[in-house]
Write a protein that binds this ligand. Sequence first.
Ligand SMILES: *[C@@H]1O[C@H](CO)[C@@H](O)[C@H](O)[C@H]1NC(C)=O
Ligand SMILES: *[C@@H]1O[C@H](CO)[C@@H](O)[C@H](O)[C@H]1NC(C)=O
Ligand SMILES: *[C@@H]1O[C@H](CO)[C@@H](O)[C@H](O)[C@H]1NC(C)=O
Ligand SMILES: *[C@@H]1O[C@H](CO)[C@@H](O)[C@H](O)[C@H]1NC(C)=O
Ligand SMILES: *[C@@H]1O[C@H](CO)[C@@H](O)[C@H](O)[C@H]1NC(C)=O
Ligand SMILES: *[C@@H]1O[C@H](CO)[C@@H](O)[C@H](O)[C@H]1NC(C)=O
Ligand SMILES: *[C@@H]1O[C@H](CO)[C@@H](O)[C@H](O)[C@H]1NC(C)=O
Length: 516
Amino acid sequence: MISRRITVTIKAFSLLWALVRPAVADDYRPAFHFCPAENWMNEPNGLIKINSTWHLFYQADPTANEWGNECWGHATSSDLLHWDHLPVAIPVEDGIQSFTGTSYYDSNNTSGLGTSANPPYLAFFTGYDPANNGTQDQRLASSTDLGKTWVKFPDNPIIGIAQEAPHDISGGLESRDPKVFFHVPSGKWVMVLGHGGQDKLTFWTSSDTKSWTWVSDLASSQIQGFPSDITGWEVPDMFQLPIEGTNETTWVLIFTPAQGSPPGGNGVVALTGSFDGKTFVADPVDPSTLWLDYGRDFDGALSWENVPESDGRRIIAAVMNSYGSSPPTTTWKGLLSFPRTLTLKQIGSKQYFLQQPVTELSKVDSSLASIQNQTITPDQTLLSSVHGTSLDIRVAFHIDSGATLSLAVRKGGSEQTVIRYSQSNSTLSVDRTASGDISYDPAAGGVHSAQLAQDNTELVHIWALVDTCSVEVFGGQGEAVISDLIFPSSTSDGLSLEVTGGTATLQSVEVYSVSL
Ligand SMILES: *[C@@H]1O[C@H](CO)[C@@H](O)[C@H](O)[C@H]1NC(C)=O
Ligand SMILES: *[C@@H]1O[C@H](CO)[C@@H](O)[C@H](O)[C@H]1NC(C)=O
Ligand SMILES: *[C@@H]1O[C@H](CO)[C@@H](O)[C@H](O)[C@H]1NC(C)=O
Ligand SMILES: *[C@@H]1O[C@H](CO)[C@@H](O)[C@H](O)[C@H]1NC(C)=O
Ligand SMILES: *[C@@H]1O[C@H](CO)[C@@H](O)[C@H](O)[C@H]1NC(C)=O
Ligand SMILES: *[C@@H]1O[C@H](CO)[C@@H](O)[C@H](O)[C@H]1NC(C)=O
Ligand SMILES: *[C@@H]1O[C@H](CO)[C@@H](O)[C@H](O)[C@H]1NC(C)=O
């Protein structure tokens, strides 16, 4: 009883507060996505699960709300939902910044950086020295306290500019973002490096994680069907994934090209292929299944390493913000996409990467509206009495030939962000043209689209996460994903569900409020 009365009081206070505060008093701070406590972040780094703790490191400028003084910010979570902010894990030192990289568990202490009690966790990152001609070299740090604190290897760099130079057009000024893992069949450590504006990755091997040998290049021209306008490859990740519906496992390589994504600018591509410990041989690419996301705001994706086999998920996250310091948030900049599982599946004649929000989300959902087995006609508007700014919305429907279903979120006054499915061209889209503030960047508005075929029962699934300043839309089984930032007024909290050009049969509509 007491707790209910407190809740009612808090609700009344919140309502009052909502009426008196300025529209962006909360500075668009998301409710269930990670963002820094203050200042700048760009892509995630070193994602690793250690015992029951999910570690998130990320490129941070702890001193300003813009890119610069880059180091590894740090946060931990027990459930991928609630994050604790921790001190910087790998700081700027002697003017050398700590750029992007990855972490791995050295269970056999092959680095010799462990103690007899604890084999070490290793972090590989790029050192960037603006005072020394902008040199980028590869460095190592280790942790023997389960990832809480990190010590830089005294003999850094582990790959210096002289060793990089023959394999990098810029002479080693653009070699970065090491992905490192232990390759069991060859018994060697493998590093994959990006090369700034170049359209290639390099592969290196090591038996002790400290001295490295170049072994191969993977260039755009070596990948059959890879479009030549997808350039400037960065932030590689590499791991194995089972192919659902078969008994096979394949190697997967993901990276973030700086140019050539469907909405323009950077985005994340995923390849499959074989790997013998030295050379990645990519399977021929189908450009229609290459991109993990068709929105503007999913870049620099990495996956969590060291997830126990009993869990078995490959979970990825990326930064949502591809407009530098332009977005209208004043106390923080950049947020982490909601963590997603990544799987591979044959659907019809094509192999797709599928992404879905992690199921932990259901623990913090509370139902706002539910519809079952209802036909919607063009004269009807559903969900107009539902309000919320942090939502989990799941819709499954059959739709007439030629009809379009439109789900508007963050609706109020003249503002709305519209998620549409058009049957005639099998297109899922997110329309930001009236989403709120789109003046901060020329790429902040517009419509982003992805192809989404109806399944074999002609049912269409749309799963949308809405959180204050973001929308992430997962179509079908997760083969069509669109992630975008939006900056509506805080009072634009309405919803609507409508159909045009025919009717739709809603098998189910579930709207949940998400709050931690
Ligand atoms: C962490 O996990 C390892 C491996 O399962 C186990 O040996 C160790 O005792 C755990 N440490 C803590 C502090 O829980
Ligand atoms: C790890 O290697 C270092 C250096 O060889 C050694 O001192 C330490 O005892 C090793 N720890 C384990 C658990 O093997
Ligand atoms: C700095 O880099 C440029 C190429 O980008 C090179 O020509 C020049 O020699 C370098 N300077 C030093 C001091 O290394
Ligand atoms: C550790 O050694 C075992 C036994 O040789 C091997 O199976 C395993 O892959 C090694 N793992 C790492 C990370 O070195
Ligand atoms: C996978 O392996 C199992 C057990 O060996 C076998 O029964 C099954 O037919 C295989 N499935 C496919 C799709 O090959
Ligand atoms: C909705 O329709 C399906 C298929 O006809 C049926 O299985 C299900 O029980 C119905 N659900 C409700 C809540 O009526
Ligand atoms: C798909 O069809 C809809 C409805 O006719 C149209 O508004 C939209 O522009 C089309 N999208 C694409 C990508 O062709």
